[in-house]
Design a protein around this ligand. Structure first.
Ligand code: ADE
Length: 250
């Protein structure tokens, strides 16, 4: 996969793309990053990329020419997915990360100004993405979130292939709790079942704890997945436990 990032602050990406899984993925040749300063594609002598809004009002607006020129320069023959990072975009979720991980070429556009000229939205980008309902100073941090969540899904990027499969959200549920040694720490014990060596029981416990966590923290996720008979039975058990603990408190 090739990922091009168009930004006015290329230095922000140095650490993130060079370290850990993202850095290793590039070393292994799984992904190639290019960070492009779109000021280099400005058509003015002074490298102007923004201008005052027509109709007046405060703030500056990113001009169309530098971004169109930059996207066209990195696009080569095929048409890449061109993703504009902005708070008005589609909420970013694991499902979109999975979809983007199937592409050959992504172009992420990061703005740092009040707005983008509307012709960029209408005629240049294929997607607009928001990473959450808050306003960042620019799209760079959002682009890093997208790159991180996509690259870790590329085959071979994570050392352990299983870990991407079991993560929170890829199953539609939050992850179950994890424990490691020691078996007892400051009086807090690891659940006995995890030490039992009985794989089927452990898997059943993990599924139950995933459901418990999802029910407690993100109940709306349960409406978005197809429940197996085992999940339905576990949810009924959890509901029963909840009622009993309510009674115990009364
Ligand atoms: N740019 C500024 N805020 C943003 C957000 N929440 N998501 C994506 N890009 C942004």
């Amino acid at each position: 996969m090739r990922i091009d990032i168009l930004t006015l602050f290329p230095e922000m990406f140095e650490g993130v793309l060079g370290a850990s899984i993202l850095g290793k993925a590039a070393e292994k040749g799984i992904v190639q990053y290019r960070v492009v300063n779109f000021r280099d594609y400005s058509e003015s002598k002074h490298g102007t990329v923004d201008d005052m809004p027509y109709g007046g009002g405060g703030g500056m607006v990113l001009k169309p020419e530098p971004l169109f020129n930059a996207v066209e320069a990195v696009s080569e023959q095929a048409k890449p997915r061109v993703i504009l990072m902005c708070p008005q975009g589609k909420p970013y979720r694991q499902q979109l990360a999975e979809e983007l991980s199937q592409e050959q070429h992504l172009v992420l556009v990061c703005g740092h100004y009040e707005g983008y000229d509307e012709r960029i939205r209408e005629h240049l980008v294929t997607d607009e993405v928001s990473i959450g309902d808050y306003v960042l100073t620019g799209g760079e941090l959002a682009a890093m979130v997208v790159v991180d969540s996509v690259v870790r899904l590329l085959p071979g990027a994570l050392g352990n292939e299983r870990s991407a499969v079991a993560d929170s959200f890829s199953t539609g549920l939050l992850e179950h709790p994890h424990y490691t040694r020691p078996p007892e720490f400051r009086g807090w014990k690891v659940p006995d079942i995890l030490l039992s060596g009985h794989h089927a029981n452990i898997e059943h416990w993990r599924l139950k704890e995933s459901l418990r966590r999802t029910m407690e923290r993100r109940p709306e996720l349960l409406d978005q997945i197809e429940l197996t008979p085992e999940m339905k039975a576990l949810l009924a058990e959890l509901e029963e436990e909840r009622k009993n603990s309510g009674r115990a408190k009364d």
